[in-house]
Design a protein around this ligand. Structure first.
Ligand code: S3P
Length: 687
């Protein structure tokens, strides 16, 4: 992530383009190939809905970045779904699918989560009904769940009351699907990704600036859509959070957000930031998927940001960036006034109300206007718990503010960021870490408002996980502890948890094979837990902390391997171990960390060393002088234990396919920790 001269960040693929690629790909004649897709909760919901409609999508799930292939079924060939299509939080998914469904000879129910069920659907349902589709609201008028029954449609000229790309795209999709001419007039130009993609698929789209707004026409839709073969650019809306963070944190060296989509109907925030005093250079990097792409280079912030007036024509081109603008305004000099943004009241939340309430909660004077906000900037320390309102952009905007000097802000439900930016909190932690090195910056400049260092550590996003597995005596514990200390990560010693279970079972009077016949209920009764303290992990059993000496006692050492092989024990401890993955990062050490507990860990290392060296270390650890005979006997014991662990039927000790093998025979713990820190840094380079 750190470039030579500054900080480099990459953001996930564009949400609007990904959504359209999936839906249009499903209507194409043949297989579309899309790279750089956003694997956020919204596109995944759309992907599942398309799957239920018979569209085969390969490579969308999972954690990889690989190409996604969509096997299009042609324009009017989707399959009747068996159940309702749940679009979860995705307004774009629901509205665009409604448009596409209007032309299909089938009937489908669209639904979503509470936030989506609260959003208006008439704006798309009315024009679709005028074309001939049937829309039935199943609960509340104008809202999801609603049934769309499609079929033969008539041409339509639609004048939309709002500048909305979702409305425009829904009507265009219905027209293209049904093969009839459509025209949409919107009061202001909204994002045009759909039009660009339709053109790439062989559909002629005419656009013009007219007295009453912006007109888009498809006079004669193509009889079939050519499959797409494209790269999705980075999402400008996601990039905006890191541009804003660099401005607010007063980055000491330039911060570069790479590979960002710069479609002119999306990047309106840039000119507003320039008016606020931001110095952002756009470095063009050609095009991707018919969209301009570039790097955004944010220069060190010399002077304080200035308040701005934003409204009217500017809003559609920055509609999703108002939350982050509001947060910048909270730190600008003067009163910022945002108007013409009434549409924000019907986004994933009522964003005007949410922003005003949250700003006030942390001590910023903010007022709601019917169609906007007034925010008085301040340089006082800001602190408090804010609400996400089930809205990813609200959560991320306040997360950014919380990651700047002089702010102590917690977001109640950070997980909502997954909708458009999985890994957001992790990226934010990384940039904060980079910044806290304070390259070239004085202490005073780092904390202008005199507040304590901000904290996002309690945020529950999946954090960076380093999984270290290895044979007995290979140096796992010392290396993991040293690496965790160097990285500022938690250190999970999973062996200590298995030891606590073993001890508790022994203390309950079990021995021999009775140690293996334990039910999940009995295990719950042991109340095994871990607590995280400044100095590290504590293991608790039965409501009391278990002493280190008791965990390491010979009787526990002799039986732990037997207990750890019991499937019920392993299953019981899974969630407890996984719950350690919070905060900036986790170094998890054990025997199945990279294979079972954290199969998606960013860094996996398998440690090994020659058996005699491992035996020597073990003896020294136990305070025994390692002479040749002792070493030989201990090496034999270790080899036996490894063989037993490697051959047990559940979670055997083995090197994960994607783990790096580190032979520690000739390495001291510091050198081993070094190697791990380097792997973590390398893993952080691309994202
Ligand atoms: C989107 C359009 C915008 C935007 C949303 C995505 C799209 O909504 O706010 O995040 O992909 O078409 P509206 O069309 O309601 O303005």
């Amino acid at each position: 992530m750190d470039g030579g001269e500054g900080l480099t960040i990459r953001v996930p693929g564009d949400k609007s383009i990904t959504q359209r690629a999936l839906i249009l790909g499903g209507l194409a004649d043949g297989e579309s190939r899309i790279r750089g897709v956003l694997r956020g909760a919204d596109p995944l919901a759309t992907g599942r809905a398309l799957g239920a409609l018979g569209v085969e999508i390969v490579g969308l799930g999972g954690s990889g970045d690989g190409e996604v292939r969509i096997r299009g079924r042609g324009l009017r060939n989707w399959r009747q779904p068996k159940g309702a299509l749940d679009l979860c939080n995705s307004g774009t998914g629901a509205r665009l699918l409604a448009g596409a469904l209007a032309a299909q000879p089938l009937s489908a129910v669209l639904t979503g989560d509470a936030s989506l069920r609260g959003r208006p659907m008439r704006r798309i349902a009315d024009p679709l009904m005028r074309m001939g589709a049937t829309v039935d609201y199943l609960e509340l008028d104008g809202h999801l769940p609603m049934r769309v029954t499609g079929g033969t449609l008539a041409p339509l000229g639609h004048e939309s009351a709002v500048a909305s790309a979702q409305v425009k795209s829904a009507v265009l999709l219905a027209g293209v699907g049904a093969g009839v001419a459509v025209e949409v007039l919107e009061p202001r130009r909204s994002r045009d990704h759909g039009e660009r993609m339709l053109e790439a698929m062989g559909v002629g789209v005419a656009e013009e600036d007219v007295a009453r707004g912006w007109r888009v026409r498809i006079p004669s839709p193509a009889p079939r859509l050519r499959p797409l073969d494209m790269e999705v650019p980075g999402d400008f809306s996601s990039a905006a959070f890191f541009v804003a963070w660099s401005m607010l944190a007063g980055c000491p060296a330039p911060c570069m957000v790479r590979g960002t989509g710069l479609n002119p109907t999306r990047a309106g925030l840039l000119s507003v930031l320039a008016r606020m005093g931001g110095r952002i250079e756009v470095v063009p990097r050609g095009t991707a998927g018919g969209e301009r792409v570039g790097d955004l280079r944010v220069d060190a912030q010399a002077a304080r940001l200035q308040a701005v007036q934003v409204g009217g024509d500017e809003i559609p081109g920055m509609i999703d960036e108002v939350p982050i603008l509001a947060v910048l305004a909270a730190r600008a000099e003067g009163v910022t006034r945002i108007t013409g943004a009434a549409e924000l009241r019907v986004k994933e939340s009522d964003r005007l109300a949410a922003l005003a309430a949250n700003l006030r909660r942390i001590g910023v004077a903010a007022g709601e206007l019917p169609d906007g906000l007034e925010i008085e900037g301040t340089d006082r320390p800001l602190s408090g718990l804010v609400e996400s309102f089930q809205d990813h952009r609200i959560a991320m905007a306040f997360g950014v503010l919380g990651a700047t000097p002089g702010c102590e802000i917690r977001v109640d439900d950070p997980t909502v960021a997954d909708v458009s930016f999985p890994g957001f909190w992790r990226s934010l932690q990384r940039v904060r870490k980079w910044d806290s090195r304070g390259v070239g910056r004085s202490r005073a400049a780092r904390s202008p408002a005199g507040g304590t260092a901000n904290s996002c550590d309690a945020i529950g996003d999946r954090c960076l996980v380093v999984a270290i597995d290895g044979s007995a005596g290979s140096g796992k514990s010392t290396t993991a502890a040293a690496a965790a200390a160097r990285l500022g990560f938690r250190h999970l010693d999973s062996g200590a948890i298995y030891r606590a279970v073993t001890l508790a079972l022994i203390e309950s009077g079990r021995s021999g094979s009775a140690l293996e016949h334990v039910t999940r209920g009995e295990l719950s009764g042991l109340a095994i837990d871990v607590k995280w303290r400044e100095q590290g992990m504590e293991v608790w059993a039965g409501g009391r902390q278990v002493a280190e000496e008791a965990l390491r006692s010979d009787r526990v050492t002799a039986l732990v391997s037997q207990v750890a092989a019991v499937p019920e024990v392993r299953a019981h401890l899974l969630d407890l171990q996984r719950s350690a993955a919070r905060g900036p990062g986790l170094v998890a050490e054990g025997r199945d960390m990279g294979t079972v507990v954290f199969p998606r860990a960013e860094v996996k290392v398998f440690l090994d060393a020659h058996p005699t060296e491992r035996a020597r270390r073990r003896l020294l650890q136990r305070g025994i002088r390692p002479d040749a005979a002792e070493i030989k006997a201990e090496a034999a014991r270790l080899t036996r234990r490894d063989r037993r662990d490697a051959s047990r039927s559940i979670a055997p000790l083995l090197q994960a396919g994607d783990a790096v093998l580190l032979d520690t025979t000739a390495l001291d713990p510091a050198a081993q920790a070094d190697a791990i820190v380097r792997l973590v840094e390398a893993a952080g380079t691309d994202r």
